[in-house]
Design a protein around this ligand. Structure first.
Ligand code: BTN
Length: 255
């Protein structure tokens, strides 16, 4: 049905017209031993999940709502690298398949013209120093018109159709994402993170620019200095000190 040109990714695909959340299904089948590379796709999610417990709008047939089950042989603390790898894949494929220029905003938002086009949610089940499985969920707004975007996100979200003025074939985009993901993942397992890191930095907002950092406790400005090996954000504070942040909200002063 999908005619996928991959070696292992999506050999098993679970497709639902409607489901609560593909993340939810992924956890269920992963606990029942679903194999590495199992993909769950929904046309519509009634309870799509975003990061930090936020809701993720998943309008029927308008976007890609997809989760991948992985069983990587890496240490649990390195799992955020997979999120960064996924962000690279999405930015790569979006830029190749559409006339848009998407950028990654740390840690894992994909933006076009300053508005969010896609998000990634990585969840992991680990015991001690071993990953049982990782679920990587990705949501991409594809063929939404202005009216398809709920009022409360219209300001900050967009779709590929709105940005490129062209409808995108969902199946083709899924195909490209899975093929590219498989290539990048295989390269990452073989060669490590350094190439992913370079690619990520080339897709991200520019290193050396000023950003506003907001954490639970504080808000301040600093210089964006790239990412660390473990996926943490590197910033340089006004006093020249380099700081590693694992959880913060970043805002760019330009778009
Ligand atoms: C975010 O930016 O907050 C992450 C959004 C992730 C949304 C995707 S859609 C497919 C998968 N299933 C979910 O319920 N969430 C992820």
């Amino acid at each position: 049905q999908w005619g996928l040109r991959t070696n292992w990714l999506g050999k098993s695909i679970i497709h639902k017209e409607v489901t609560t959340s593909t993340q939810h299904i992924a956890h269920q089948v992963a606990q029942e031993n679903a194999e590495h590379g199992t993909v769950i796709i929904a046309d519509e999610q009634t309870n799509g999940k975003g990061r930090m417990n936020r809701h993720w709008y998943s309008t029927r047939g308008k976007g890609i709502w997809l989760s991948i089950i992985l069983r990587p042989t890496i240490l649990p603390y390195l799992a955020p690298q997979l999120t960064l790898l996924t962000a690279c894949v999405l930015a790569d494929v979006i830029n190749k398949e559409t006339k848009t220029n998407s950028k990654i905003k740390w840690p894992n938002d994909i933006l076009i013209n300053g508005r969010k086009i896609a998000g990634i949610l990585t969840e992991m089940q680990a015991e001690q120093d071993q990953i049982q499985y990782v679920v990587i969920g990705m949501g991409i707004n594809v063929n939404h018109t202005e009216n398809d975007l709920p009022g409360d996100i219209q300001e900050k979200a967009t779709s590929l159709l709105l940005e490129s003025k062209e409808r995108v074939n969902l199946k083709n985009l899924i195909q490209q994402i899975l093929v590219t993901f498989e290539q990048e993942y295989d390269a990452y397992i073989k060669d490590g993170f350094s190439k992913v890191k370079k690619k990520w930095e080339s897709h991200s907002f520019k290193i050396g620019e000023n950003v506003q950092i907001t954490t639970l406790k504080n808000q301040w400005t600093a210089t964006f200095s790239g990412i660390a090996e473990d996926g943490a954000l590197l910033i340089t504070n006004d006093n020249g000190e380099i700081e590693k942040l694992y959880s913060a909200q970043i805002d760019w002063f330009h778009s």
